[in-house]
Design a protein around this ligand. Sequence first.
Ligand code: LCS
Length: 396
Amino acid sequence: MTDNLKNLGRTTQTIHAGQHVDAATGAVAPPIIQSSTFAFADCAQGAARFAGEADGFIYTRMGNPTIARLEEAVATIEGGAQGLATGSGMAAFCTVVFALLNQGDHLVGTSSVYGPSRVVMERDFSRFGVESSFVDTSDLDALRAAIRPNTKIVFIETPANPTIVLTDLAAAAEIAHNAGAVLLVDNTFASPVLQRPIEYDADVVMHSMTKFINGHTDVVAGMIIPKDDEMRARLKPVHAYLGACMDPHQAWLALRGFKTLALRVRAAQDNAGIIAEYLETHHKVEWVRYPGLKSHPQYELADRQMDGPGSLISFEVKGGVEAGAKLLDTVKLMTLAVSLGGVETLIQHPSSMTHAAMPREDRIAAGITDGLVRVSIGCEDVEDLIADFDRAFAEV
Ligand code: LCS
């Protein structure tokens, strides 16, 4: 954590965290240290670095100066120890699970999470004797009941993808800790500008930085933020050897995106508030789920644990799947594509796209209805987005 930024505003933090004038050249923008390996002055220095007795870089899979700036930047705003950057959000999740669980352990997670996070537990980690179960963690009694004697990770995604259901972070932390488990929070949907789970006692935070943190739909990347150095020490050896590392150029792009994170999140959120109201009053819309609307069942929780409702909206068009598909096929300015959190508005159909790998009965149980449409509102002029919706709804 960069202590001198600790008490400054989010916009200031995102602009300055991890940004240091380069000592060698005076460059204000960070250099891309595109090197796989780092020379030692002598054998003693090499041995000391490997033994962890001397600072300095060894090999980029184990650490790199450009990547370290990004790990510092995200940790500063999340309020945790230095991060561990990964090649993707999925690599971040798998690294945490691989590091913290042993054969015979159990993970309990939010039923509506990014589909592959659930699939990788149920299909792949199960092959190594690691159990998982998924429940509606917005229901704290259901979460409590799902804890088993061997539960070692409580995995919360809030707001959840794509249902936009929230989980009470402080309560989930208490339940996890009472059971001797770790609370892992996927903070991708909120971004650290709007929600910092470590403030609510989470042990590990993860991100798909592909989304808001990079923000320009041109990088796939992930990040793990441990709450403290002790947790970092549990994760770091696996991160160094599993091979889920980031590339320096990828880190540089994400670091550039990070500078405007607060500005982009607020601009998109302003648009999303207007569009959520537009959708809620539209006669062709069945229902809308957005934490900034009073109709959201957890409007008060959003107000309590988030600094704003964000820019992801889910809704269903009257007429179900067919009507929704017509809307998605007709929009012009909005792009029919998966992913989210970029400056451009992206719209998609989770049942046939991001969450298609989940069995239908699990999807339905998780609240992912066949007709659910998810839209990630971007930073365009809001009247242009509304005109696009108007045009498309007229065809439905
Ligand atoms: N966590 C969340 C909440 C996500 O939404 C995603 C990706 C991941 C983790 C995985 O990150 P990745 O490996 O892709 O960087 N979500 C996607 C989505 O909703 N549409 O496309 C990807």
